[in-house]
Design a protein around this ligand. Structure first.
Ligand code: F3S
Length: 412
């Protein structure tokens, strides 16, 4: 890989040991993917900050980076933590976990992180333009950046994103290159999709079939909004390894089918209808059962989604056994407080949780065993990693479940 004179000096340690380490990581990745050179990035989003996932090895790596006194050289935002940074005591987080999480957080703060702690940075002011080269981690955030905003990023990890934040560089490969952004599989969605959980189901169904290809969606009977696209992308990146999808007429570089496929023909075509998505969701629990946790807001809720939850909860009361979490960012919660929707949700006995989500918290310590959610991403990870019984359905079904204290799949 070609390096400029300055980059060579950075790699040799002339700019300090943390920059040298960062360059070693970027050059190693670049060599693996046969990158021709490093390019500048204008923004970084770092995931893997939750103490639950980072543990001691992750904490030590970031402490080593921070100990050099170097600061991030481009705007760098944070993905979720393993706890709500302000309400952790009220929500029952163990103090030793909070201590570990705060060690990681303090290290990132020393390097100048923008502490938004969310997987929806675009709802917290971190917005990108089409063709902007960035280095974003968190599969749900980066797929949105690539596919809805038209920015350019690969699937970054915690070490590569941190290295990009310290150097302002990333290797030129993958989705930074025009030809790799062409659509490859045409996906005809025939069923009518009414809400975000429907898009989450379609994404889950399609992701498992397309692997790391670039699907191009044609929605025959639906018109997705921003929250729908967010849910679609998160699910595609969960059951598959999708980092870029096109929706014809929405993705900036896919104004029509020809441009989405860069003038070529699709290598395959998938047709999706209601029975396909129902079948894909059969991996999750079914029937009727008592539930102790309801989680909505994966990816983190927008203000519109908080409003929907508030209106479904108005005049109702969450069952005393159920901890209902509506997860969002501190920025969206703050606007929601001014708007009165946070108070409506909390009056019903639910929590508007910020900075984290069920997938990133120590579920066992919090006593969660059976949960309901409207997100296939949360459902997959909570059932596979934490071995929770998980029910998946619409927002309305989840709210009703929180009120009843049990899942009843027949509510529509
Ligand atoms: Fe975000 Fe957590 Fe879901 S990080 S995408 S709410 S698993």
């Amino acid at each position: 890989m070609h390096l400029t004179r300055t980059e060579e000096l950075m790699l040799k340690g002339e700019h300090g040991s943390s920059i040298q380490k960062a360059m070693e990581i970027l050059v190693t990745v670049g060599d693996i993917y046969k990158a021709s050179k490093l390019i500048d990035v204008s923004s970084v989003h770092i995931s893997g900050i939750s103490y639950r996932n980072a543990r001691e090895s992750g904490a030590k790596l970031v402490e080593a980076f921070a100990s050099s006194g170097r600061r991030f050289v481009v705007p760098t935002s944070s993905n979720v933590l393993g706890m709500d940074a302000t309400r952790w005591a009220e929500l029952g987080f163990p103090e030793d976990f909070v201590e570990g999480q705060n060690r990681i957080l303090r290290s990132y703060e020393r390097m100048g992180i923008v502490p938004i702690h969310t997987c929806t940075p675009y709802y917290s002011g971190c917005i990108l333009r089409s063709r902007e080269d960035v280095a974003w981690a968190e599969s749900a955030a980066l797929i949105f950046a690539n596919s809805v905003l038209g920015a350019r990023t690969n699937r970054e990890s915690n070490p590569t994103a941190t290295s990009s934040a310290l150097t302002g560089k990333t290797p030129l490969y993958g989705y930074h290159i025009d030809e790799n952004r062409a659509g490859s599989i045409l996906v005809d969605v025939h069923c009518e999709l009414k809400e975000s959980s429907d898009y989450s189901a379609v994404g889950f169904c399609v992701g498992s079939q397309v692997g790391s290809e670039v699907p191009v969606f044609l929605f025959k009977n639906s018109n997705p909004n921003i929250d729908d696209l967010k849910s679609l992308g998160a699910a595609l990146a969960t059951s598959g390894e999708v980092a870029l999808f096109h929706v014809i007429g929405i993705t900036p570089e896919a104004k029509d089918q020809k441009s989405a496929f860069h003038g070529d023909k699709p290598i395959d075509r998938i047709r999706v209808n209601g029975s396909d998505t129902r079948q894909a969701l059969q991996v999750f629990s079914s029937g009727s059962e008592e539930v102790d946790h309801v989680m909505i807001g994966c990816p983190h809720s927008s203000l519109t989604e908080l409003r929907e939850a508030a209106s479904l909860l108005e005049g109702k009361r969450v069952h005393p056994r159920v901890k209902m979490w509506t997860c969002t960012s501190a920025a969206v919660r703050s606007i929601g407080e001014r708007n009165g929707v946070v108070q409506m949700i909390e009056k019903a006995g639910a929590h508007v949780v910020t900075d984290t989500c069920t997938v990133n918290v120590p579920c066992k310590d919090l006593g969660f065993k059976t949960m309901a959610t409207n997100s296939t991403k949360a459902a997959k990870y909570c059932s596979e990693i934490d071995h929770l019984n998980v029910f998946v359905g619409s927002l309305k079904q989840c709210v009703q479940c929180a009120i009843d204290g049990r899942w009843n799949g027949s509510v529509s």
